[in-house]
Design a protein around this ligand. Structure first.
Ligand code: TRP
Length: 326
């Protein structure tokens, strides 16, 4: 039986945080044996919201180091930048003929992003974000796409484009499914939003123990629990969510003692930081190895791009043939 093919992707925003791990990477790592995976670095997609390109390459390298350090296996699954494989732009152009402007304007992810980032006038490329994503997925004939909730509309648009192409020119593409990541989004250290770089509420996968301790110390907890003995409400506390993820065996005891007031926030946070540090220790160690051997990282990317390129070329030839474009 041939393995099903996965296409997963991330925009290169630099060093990753534990929210990226919980929300995406952990899932990618779990899936890499069961599926044939391709891991795309969406360095063109970055331009939809930020035109500055100076940091994209460094951010890419930082992100690839985190991928490697957490256990994504580049030998099983190529890592590659969409900007290095011209077929992405070519297929993007063809796909942009197969979807209406009105359909793209209905995309809820775009609306949310425009609202969050205060964008009044959406650029053409931003409207076309899901069309480029469809090209990313379908160039590799991805059958499954591991994503969070916010990306489901993009996978839906990809399916529509695949269907439209197949009807118009003949069968080339599968209709990919979204594989929803099961763990909910990890809250940020400020407690009321998800962990996100732009909000500055993250714990990085590269944070050393003293940094993690300090960040945890400042984390927001239940505002009604002012003194140690006050009863707390773990269900609204982000530190409790972190315990659930990084310290499951102690969760029932922490829950009881937080509620009764026997456990104070200071101790609870110290214990949480210790568990997160335990989780990060091997990642930081591997990170250091790659940081000291950047050539290895660049090589991994180069190899991945060579492999991805040959798949992309094959698909593009098929597309041109079906379309009778020479
Ligand atoms: N839009 C995705 C995100 O912001 C990144 C992405 C680009 C992607 N191309 C992709 C994800 C292809 C999956 C498949 O998270």
């Amino acid at each position: 039986m041939t393995k099903k093919r996965i296409l997963s992707g991330m925009r290169p925003t630099g060093k990753l945080h534990i929210g990226h791990y919980v929300g995406a990477l952990e899932n990618w790592i779990a899936l890499q044996n069961e599926y044939e995976s391709y891991h795309l670095i969406a360095d063109y997609h970055v331009l939809t919201t930020d035109l500055a390109t100076d940091e994209i390459y460094n951010n890419t390298i930082d992100m690839v180091i985190d991928w490697l350090a957490t256990g994504l296996d580049h030998e099983k699954s190529p890592f590659f930048r969409q900007s290095q494989i011209k077929e992405h732009t070519e297929l993007f152009l063809i796909f942009s003929m197969l979807i209406t402007k009105a359909r793209l304007e209905r995309n809820p992810t775009l609306k949310e992003q425009a609202r969050d980032l205060n964008i009044e006038n959406v650029i053409y490329g931003h409207l076309g974000y899901p069309v480029l994503q469809a090209a990313d997925i379908l160039l590799y004939k991805g059958e499954a796409v591991p994503v969070g909730e916010d990306q489901v509309p993009h996978v839906e648009i990809t399916r529509e484009i695949a269907r439209r192409f197949n009807n118009q020119y003949g069968n080339v593409f599968p209709e990919p499914e979204a594989l929803l990541t099961n763990f909910a989004r990890l809250p940020g250290l400020d407690g009321d939003s998800k962990m996100s770089k732009s909000l500055g509420n993250t714990i990085l996968l590269s944070d050393e123990p003293d940094v993690v301790n300090q960040k945890l110390r400042k984390a927001v907890t239940d505002p009604q629990k002012v003194r140690k003995n006050d009863p707390g409400r773990p269900e609204i506390c982000l530190v409790f969510t972190y315990h659930k993820k990084f310290n499951p065996p102690d969760v029932p005891e922490i829950e009881t003692n937080c509620r009764s007031g026997a456990l104070g926030c200071v101790e609870c946070k110290t214990r949480c930081a210790a568990k997160i540090n335990q989780f990060l220790e091997p990642i930081i160690e591997k990170r250091k190895y790659y940081e000291n051997n950047i050539d290895i990282v660049k090589n991994i990317l180069h190899e991945g791009e060579t492999k991805a390129k040959s798949v992309a070329e094959t698909t593009m030839n098929e597309v041109r043939q079906k379309m009778k474009l020479g």
